[in-house]
Design a protein around this ligand. Structure first.
Ligand SMILES: [Zn+2]
Length: 203
């Protein structure tokens, strides 16, 4: 990593002792087998007392209700980087009841759409690992043809620095993301659930 490359970790990582990425983001060499290996490592954080995503939010909270939250990640290379985190300990998508899967996926699609529109990116990358924490979570990453790792994954070897003017424009767009997302999610979740999700919003 170069000096200005912020580790791709949520802010919660600063308040926990574990040296690993608390969201399970692969931090090893690019394409390391461990990146996509099974979820056995999830048992490393099996109780709320030692789980960084129970102890902290895992990023700046844009939206939260009883079952999930959407956070924005402070990543110098990737302004607009968001994560959707299931609040409870559920390791696999297929462990969720059907209604919960649909709720999670509806949020995922909504976040993708809003990030795409707000960031005016060339591509969206979606990723779900969860090898280090037993919380289902999705990374939603706006990608640009000239970003630091394109066309490789953001966890691969760095390819380049982004022109300062381009990066500044992206940082500026990312500033509007929280408002755009919280507005969109309030609409979609209220519509889908018919409950008082909108009242649970945290902005
Ligand atoms: Zn937890």
């Amino acid at each position: 990593m170069t000096s200005h490359a912020t580790p791709r970790m949520p802010s919660a990582s600063t308040s926990v002792e574990t040296p690993t990425d608390p969201t399970g983001t692969p931090v090893g060499p690019p394409n390391a087998p461990s990146v996509r290996s099974g979820s056995a490592a999830a048992s490393a954080h099996s109780t709320p007392t030692d789980c960084p995503l129970c102890a902290g939010d895992g990023g700046r909270v844009i939206w939260r209700d009883a079952i999930l939250r959407v956070v924005q990640i402070d990543d110098a290379d990737y302004p607009g980087f968001c994560r959707i985190i299931w609040n409870a300990h559920i390791a696999e998508l297929s462990d969720l009841p059907v209604a919960d899967r649909e709720r999670l996926l509806s949020v995922l699609v909504e976040v993708e759409q809003v990030v795409r529109a707000q960031m005016q990116c060339d591509k969206i990358n979606l990723a779900s690992f969860g090898n280090m924490v037993p919380h289902l979570h999705w990374h939603v990453i706006p990608r640009f043809h000239d970003d630091a790792h394109f066309p490789q994954a953001i966890w691969a070897a760095r390819e380049r620095d982004v022109a300062p003017a381009s990066q500044a424009a992206r940082v500026e767009r990312a500033r509007g993301l929280a408002d755009a997302l919280s507005f969109a999610l309030r609409l979609v979740l209220s519509r889908n659930s018919g409950d008082n999700a909108a009242d649970d919003e945290v902005s």
